[in-house]
Design a binder for this molecule. Structure first.
Ligand SMILES: Cc1ncc(C[n+]2csc(CCOP(=O)(O)OP(=O)(O)O)c2C)c(N)n1
Ligand SMILES: [Mg+2]
Length: 442
């Protein structure tokens, strides 16, 4: 079936772990590295896949692939000592002054708060109904990590594409999906974004450059790379951001992705949302190299860096820079972002408080909550008042409650619809299927 989906330097091992028990270190490291060395820097004609490999999409010459980047200057990476969690929001760098943040307008800053609050209230509402038995399947909550999705969506330029795993509600709302279609999807209703057939793990909105929502751990990484390939092939000045968890990096396919992304010089950014746990397994128990997961990229000549994900300014500054590098220099990048989830792996995770202490969860909530940190920041900047925050909060709550009402009132999908929207149908009955070209719903 010929269908193409729409488609250095070593860190010091001495990075001292936090003294507080159960608190992961946060290391900040900026890398600007030269493009691939000669071996990897074969002219794009050679670096590109063989014609036979892309038979279906090779109708025209992959011109953009020949625009290989020229050598850039190398900056030695600096690994700063690990900061305890309590210092995450108080690093010496003032990220608000970073070029990606300095020109933000008050309305934009307030908009970020609104988006984070919408995500949180949406999920709290969903949790209530899940616990009442209104939904089937799993419900993986993103609560605690909202800044990552909101920060990323705020950096997208209209051509960038994003893709994530099953913890996908936050990214969906951040790119502009409506609460109604998302809530209805959770309820399995026909008005859901995936017509009630996908559920929590399969929110999609290609028109908003959002490619889901994937349940196979690590499975979205090669798909994200495919999005990056398509962008480059089509000569679009965008990048693909593929999110994955700290557990997903151990999937073999991620290593394959790093190699291929470097070889083809693809505009892809892999964002590791390191929340410290993959299901009930802590990072300490799943990774031999604990000071950073992103450093594995080094073995594939892919740039990497780390940043805290609790402070929106810090996230935007770090991610903004590597997204821009991917778009303009065709340099893939792995950015590891420190974050934390308050709830269990999914709502069905009965051991959520057994593999980590309640004190640990409490500490992250009180010291690192991205929404609280952002509210404090905006109050400090006098961009908003306490009353203003409460108004936005109340609106988000009301919107989430209305979305639940909408979902409850919505019809179930019809029985016949089970045969609709099947891959086979798309492949064989559309023009895209006939020609093997199916890029971004063009
Ligand atoms: C290939 C595969 N193996 C195992 C699983 C079961 N599984 C679902 S989520 C998960 C943990 C992934 O953790 P992480 O990548 O850190 O993401 P997080 O849940 O923290 O967002 C596992 C092992 C799966 N869905 N797919
Ligand atoms: Mg994880």
């Amino acid at each position: 079936m010929a269908r193409t989906l729409s488609l250095s330097s070593k860190p010091k091992k001495s990075a001292s772990p936090s003294k507080k028990k159960g608190v992961r270190p946060v290391i900040t490291k900026k890398v600007t590295k030269a493009p691939a060395k000669t071996a990897n820097k074969a002219p794009a004609k050679k670096a590109a896949p063989k014609k036979s490999d892309v038979k279906a999409v090779a109708a025209k010459k992959p011109a953009p692939l020949s625009k290989a980047p020229k050598a850039a200057k190398v900056t030695k990476a600096v690994v700063k000592p690990a900061a305890p969690v309590s210092k995450v929001s108080k690093t010496s760098t003032d990220w608000s002054k970073d070029p990606f943040n300095a020109k933000l307008k008050p309305a934009e800053k307030i908009g970020f708060l609104r988006e984070m609050l919408r995500i949180r209230r949406f999920e709290q509402q969903a949790l209530k109904h899940y616990n009442n038995g209104a939904m089937g399947g799993f419900l993986h909550l993103y609560i605690g990590q909202e800044s990552v999705a909101v920060g990323t969506a705020s950096l997208m330029n209209g051509k960038d594409e994003i893709i994530t795993a099953y913890r996908d509600h936050g990214h969906a709302l951040a790119v502009g999906m409506g609460m109604d279609e998302c809530m209805a999807e959770l309820f399995g209703k026909g008005t859901g974004c995936s017509k009630g057939k996908g559920g929590s793990m399969h929110f999609f909105a290609p028109d908003k450059h959002y490619w889901g929502g994937h349940g196979i751990v690590g499975g979205q990484a090669p798909l994200g790379m495919g999005l990056a390939f398509a962008l480059k092939y089509k000569g679009l000045k965008g990048c693909a951001v593929a999110f994955l968890g700290d557990g997903a990096v151990n999937q073999g396919v991620f290593s394959e992705c790093l190699n291929m992304a470097a070889l083809f010089e693809l505009p892809v950014v892999f964002v590791i949302e390191n929340n410290g746990y993959s299901m009930g397994t802590s990072l300490e128990r799943s990774s031999a190299i604990r000071h950073s997961l992103a450093s594995r990229a080094e073995g594939f000549d892919v740039d990497w860096s780390l940043c805290g994900g609790f402070d929106l300014y810090e996230l935007r500054a770090n991610l903004g820079a590597v997204m821009e590098k991917a778009r303009t220099k065709f340099r893939p990048h792995v950015l590891e972002v420190s974050t934390y989830r308050y709830y269990g792996h999914s709502v069905a995770d009965a051991n959520a408080k057994k593999y980590r202490s309640p004190e640990e969860i409490e500490r992250y909530k009180t010291e690192c909550d991205p929404i609280t940190l952002w509210e404090k920041q905006l109050l400090k900047e006098k961009v908003i008042t306490e009353a203003g925050i409460e108004k936005i909060n109340a609106e988000a709550k009301a919107e989430a409650a209305a979305a639940a009402d909408f979902a409850i009132a919505s019809p179930w999908p019809s029985e016949e619809s089970i045969f609709e929207d099947i891959y086979h149908e798309v492949d064989h009955q559309t023009e895209a299927g006939q020609t093997g070209r199916h890029f971004f719903s063009e």
